[in-house]
Every structure is written in structure tokens, then in C-alpha cells.
Design a protein around this ligand. Structure first.
Ligand code: SF4
Ligand code: SF4
Length: 381
């Protein structure tokens, strides 16, 4: 077996440096007609009344372009619930940002897709929860989503836009992965993202209902590798394995506060989409500060930048400028300490325990979800 701690290639000297932010995930709203139990939104969903206005989002995009940002990903919740989406896409184009729409696809119309294309949208990512109507409805908690998603995919191509299909996979929908891959081909996608659930926020609450078995993980890897070879030149497949079964952590967000940031519906600037799960951090808002000030000066942005903050074993590890110690949100979720080594790493003292947890939960008989919705968010507070 390969040594997971063998260094391949040259490490980037990223100690305490950070560059221009290249891409921004703009979470326009937490409203969404679907209720996926693995949603990456925080448990405490933002009410519509707290969302930034059209003018505030446009100002944020102008500031992004001034700062050097190249891409904006319009996301949510479901971004198409915002009636001003066309205006926002138009403003992104006007200030020179490449724009991508990440959508469940269940609220789109053909006319709207063409209006978005006219406003300058370049790319659409449509999520898929299962390959059959039954699985799709069960996972998303929404009836008859699949035909609507297919329509959105069709209109994306008709409008001349690039299409990616996003599949978040877990124990319950993995048996349908081969058909999900075929759906992506049938819908005409150029890319399919197969991402195992990351366990924080809603997914952490539903971990017992989602955790795949080790055998499923091995099957998934084989299915993805076979499809990649068979569909070369037709469909590109990106694949993210589940952290709990990994030996080394992922390089989360390319390093905390290095190249990416996320804006929450109410305007908080976050180093990643799950950062608000670290309840001890305070995030600055675009309603009070400029983006440039926040990017350079925010305590939350600076606290895990570079490598000086790292404890052992990361501090003296040859990988520290490659993976930056893994995911801070996962460290907080599992070690109750956001500065700990990500327990996904085999060098973490907690690694064995989380591997055992994964194995135990993967064979649990618990299949019911706590659906992600405002009622369950209120029940949690
Ligand atoms: S993961 Fe599901 S519930 Fe969450 S925003 Fe996406 S479609 Fe909506
Ligand atoms: S998480 Fe820390 S200890 Fe593990 S490989 Fe990365 S830098 Fe090394």
C-alpha cells in the first residue's frame, strides 16, 4: 500500500502568506424548497428578512472585482428564490466576474434560464439527489424533483451554457451511483462532481443515516474509475472521498483565508461555507465593513492563516504547507477545538476513534433524516 505521508512534488512555501481571493461563494439566501439532510448550510438558517438587498450584493460584487476576485458562484439555499437573480448576474458581468449558478433546478423556467444567459451567466451546476424519482424525493424531501432537474439541465444547454451535475453521495443513494453517472451523460453534462458528504452542520446531525460502509467506499472508487475510463472525452468526473475513511485530510479551501471566501445571506464574510459551525468565532459583515478591510484584517480570517497557529503534530509535519492541517470545521466538530489537527489525519490522536465511529455508524439501522428546514432549525435553538 502507498505511504499516505510520502511527499510527491514540491510543497508550496505558503507559510503565513495568502494571495488574492480568486473565487467567492455567494450564498444569496438560505431559503430552499428542498430539505437535504446533508446540507452544508448552518443549522441556524438565516431568515429572509436578514438577507442582503440587491444594492448590498451589487456593492459587494464591485468590491470583489476591485480586490481581484475572478469568479462568483451564486448559491444558497436555492439562489433562484431571489427575484433579483438576473440583476445580480448582470452586475457580476458588468464588473467582469465569471458567474456560475449552483441550483437544485426545481424552480427554474426556460424563460428565466435564457434571461440569465442574456445577463451573462456562464455555467450552471444542477444537484441530483438520486437517479430514481423515489430516491430523489426521499433525499431532497421534495416531490417530483427529478423531471424538473432534467428540464433545467436541458434549458442550460439550449441557452448555450456549460453544465455540471453535482451529486452528494452517502450510504442511501450510493446504490444508484451507476445510474447517476448515466443520468449526467443523458442530460449532456460535461462534468459530474461525486462528493461524499462532509460531516458538519446538518450532515453531522444526520451522520448515522448517511455514513457509507467501507465496502461501499471501495465500490464507489471502482465505479468512478471504470466510468472515468469509459467516458473519457464525454464526461469528466471529480471525486471526493469521505474524510472519515481517509488517511490524510483534504486541503480544505486551499488553506483558510488564502484564495477563497464565502458570503452568507446576511453579508458575513466566511473563510468557508461551514465556518459558522465554529461558534466561537465572530465573522465580520459587509453591512458594517468593506470587503477589503475584512479580507486583510478580520480576526476570523486571520486566525488560521498560514502555519504559525498550528499545534503538533502539524507544526513539525512536512505536509503543513500542502494541506494546512486539514479542515478547521471538522476539527471543531470532532475535537471541540478548531485549532486541533483534523481528525481525518492518521497522525491525529483522534483518528482511530473516528474511523471506528464511521464503521459503527455505517451499519446502523437508522435511515430517517432530520430534514433541513426552518422548523427543525428552530427546534434546535
Ligand atoms: S443541499 Fe439541498 S437543502 Fe441544502 S441548499 Fe442544496 S438543495 Fe437546498
Ligand atoms: S493534518 Fe497536520 S499532521 Fe496530518 S498530514 Fe496534514 S500537516 Fe501533517
Amino acid at each position: 500500500m502507498d505511504d499516505p505521508f510520502r511527499i510527491v512534488g514540491k510543497a508550496v512555501d505558503a507559510r503565513n502568506t495568502y494571495g488574492l481571493p480568486l473565487a467567492v461563494l455567494a450564498e444569496l439566501t438560505h431559503r430552499c424548497p428542498l430539505q437535504c439532510g446533508y446540507c452544508s448550510n448552518p443549522i441556524q438558517l438565516e431568515q429572509a428578512s436578514r438577507e442582503m438587498t440587491t444594492e448590498q450584493w451589487c456593492s459587494a460584487m464591485t468590491q470583489m472585482a476591485d480586490l481581484g476576485v475572478l469568479q462568483i458562484h451564486f448559491s444558497g439555499g436555492e439562489p433562484t428564490v431571489r427575484k433579483d437573480l438576473e440583476q445580480l448576474v448582470q452586475h457580476a458581468s458588468d464588473v467582469g466576474l465569471y458567474s456560475n449558478l449552483i441550483t437544485s433546478g426545481v424552480m427554474m423556467t426556460r424563460d428565466r434560464m435564457f434571461r440569465l444567459a442574456d445577463a451573462g451567466l456562464s455555467h450552471v451546476q444542477v444537484s441530483i439527489q438520486g437517479a430514481t424519482g423515489q430516491m430523489s424525493d426521499l433525499i431532497g424531501g421534495f416531490k417530483n424533483a427529478l423531471p424538473k432537474k432534467h428540464d433545467t439541465a436541458t434549458w442550460t444547454l439550449e441557452a448555450g451554457l456549460a453544465l455540471t451535475v453535482n451529486a452528494v453521495v452517502h450510504r442511501q443513494n450510493l446504490p444508484e451511483l451507476p445510474q447517476i453517472i448515466e443520468k449526467a451523460v443523458e442530460w449532456g453534462a460535461a462534468r459530474l462532481e461525486v462528493a461524499n458528504v462532509q460531516y458538519y452542520g446538518w450532515a453531522l446531525k444526520n451522520r448515522q443515516a448517511l455514513m457509507p460502509t467501507f465496502a461501499q467506499l471501495e465500490d464507489t472508487t471502482n465505479i468512478v474509475n471504470e466510468a472515468r475510463a469509459r467516458l473519457k472525452g464525454i464526461l469528466e468526473i471529480d471525486y471526493v472521498i469521505p474524510d472519515y475513511y481517509a488517511a490524510r485530510p483534504k486541503q480544505c479551501m486551499g488553506g483558510w483565508g488564502r484564495q477563497f471566501f464565502n458570503i452568507s445571506p446576511s453579508g458575513h464574510v466566511l473563510p468557508c461555507h461551514a465556518a459558522e459551525t465554529i461558534t466561537e468565532l465572530r465573522f465580520d459583515s459587509l453591512k458594517e465593513r468593506t470587503l477589503e478591510w475584512i479580507w486583510h484584517n478580520s480576526d476570523a480570517m486571520n486566525c488560521f492563516r498560514g502555519t504559525d497557529w498550528m499545534p503538533e503534530p502539524c507544526k513539525s509535519c512536512a505536509f503543513k504547507e500542502i494541506d494546512f492541517g486539514g479542515c478547521r470545521c471538522q476539527a471543531y466538530a470532532l475535537a471541540k477545538d478548531a485549532s486541533a489537527t483534523d481528525p481525518a489525519c492518521a497522525k491525529s490522536p483522534l483518528h482511530e476513534a473516528i474511523f471506528r465511529t464511521a464503521m459503527a455508524e455505517s451499519i446502523a439501522s437508522e435511515d430517517d433524516f432530520i430534514y433541513r428546514n426552518f422548523a427543525n432549525a428552530r427546534a434546535d435553538s
